[in-house]
Design a binder for this molecule. Sequence first.
Ligand SMILES: Nc1nc2c(c(=O)[nH]1)N[C@H]1C(S)=C(S)[C@@H](COP(=O)(O)OP(=O)(O)OC[C@H]3O[C@@H](n4cnc5c(N)ncnc54)[C@H](O)[C@@H]3O)O[C@H]1N2
Ligand code: MOO
Length: 410
Amino acid sequence: MNRAPVGPADEVRVTSAGATLRGCPWPAARRAARTAVPRPLPVERVELAAAAGRTLAEPLAALTDLPAFDTSAMDGWAVAGPGPWRLSGRVLAGQACLPLADGAAVEIATGAQLPPGATGVLRREHGVLTELPDGAAQLRGEVVPGQDVRPRGQECGRGEELLPAGLPVTPAVLGLAAAAGHDRLAVHRRPTVELLVLGDELLVAGLPGPGRVRDALGPLLPPWLAGAGAELLGSRYVRDDFGLLRDAIRHSPADLVLTTGGTAAGPVDFLHAALEATGGHPLVDGVAVRPGHPMLLAALPGGRHLVGLPGNPLAAVAGTVTLALPLLHALSGRTAPAAGPAEPLAAALPGHPVDTRLHPVRRSAAGLAPLPHDGPAMLRGLARAEALAVVPPGGLAAGECAEVLALPLS
Ligand SMILES: Nc1nc2c(c(=O)[nH]1)N[C@H]1C(S)=C(S)[C@@H](COP(=O)(O)OP(=O)(O)OC[C@H]3O[C@@H](n4cnc5c(N)ncnc54)[C@H](O)[C@@H]3O)O[C@H]1N2
Ligand code: MOO
């Protein structure tokens, strides 16, 4: 379709009607994606397993002291008062225990409840057992008060806030929630995504041939989106046809319609026209970033959104980190990281004169090492990368720090 070229020459244009940013600076594009939705998706209370990968909608409070009882940290003997001790009985993890009088000891397992009156735990390898005249066992060894005891409430007290709302529910969060007594968690509904892959030249199997390329984004995007907490409703190949694309966008039930290709001004790039025909309105139309500058974000009727990723695969990845992930995080109620961590560069990264660059990097002993094969149509550098380094206009010298954007590593 015909439209004004997008790029740094356009710079920022803010309309009173809808704050459309055209060729907008990269940091502003990320912010626009984060603030595109008025509020996160509704809150649900779900079982722990179903909460994995979602976002905490409430702070996680401890429902109990942790540990909930004085606990032996070692296998050995719980002792009361100074030694030597007369030994009797055994207490295993999960068993109730009787009080211990001064001068007495009981065999104890790691994780077992410390008997009332016990003053410490003597490790099995540090104790010496002898036989008393009456046949009972006597235990000798050095124990300072509280030794190898995990006192009740050492990690947290009942009611204490363990985690703030807005954190992703990682495996560690699930483990902590269970340890702290939770059976269900309050999390935001997962944002739904429908992926529309555009381009008649794409092959879904076999070898690329004359004029035909393998679809790299159909395989690349779904696991990344799922890892970011989204629910993928489906991936569809849409032929380069205005009407088909318009209808696919119009009828998609997803919170986020994610398209690949068709963002530029080629003869069959119908995305802008289809957007207009469906009543969509662009919020960000082109970003001052390389690769990926034709990426776009639009509001669709019904409170839905569309992110248009450029067809060049590395440009699509740039669009994912710039627009799609921040939007998904906003929908999920996920707290924005303050700014990506900054790490020193092992080598200089030349910049674009006016645009931000995103460059695949790996960590090395000398710092972030830029990877070759970083052209917009290439994935070879990205596939070895641990992160994308953010290179501001003008570039960065070796030793200077670059913000890094994490990439999924599995
Ligand atoms: N006259 C101009 N032409 C282009 C400009 C420009 O500013 N002026 N920008 C270029 C840039 S930058 C990019 S990025 C692309 C964006 O193009 P589209 O989003 O319209 O994407 P397509 O034209 O459909 O495809 C571009 C390229 O990517 C290949 N492709 C598409 N989808 C996939 C996929 N799923 N897997 C692998 N490869 C894919 C496609 O075959 C093309 O080679 O526009 C430039 N042009
Ligand atoms: O965004 Mo394009 O990928 O610079 O080629």
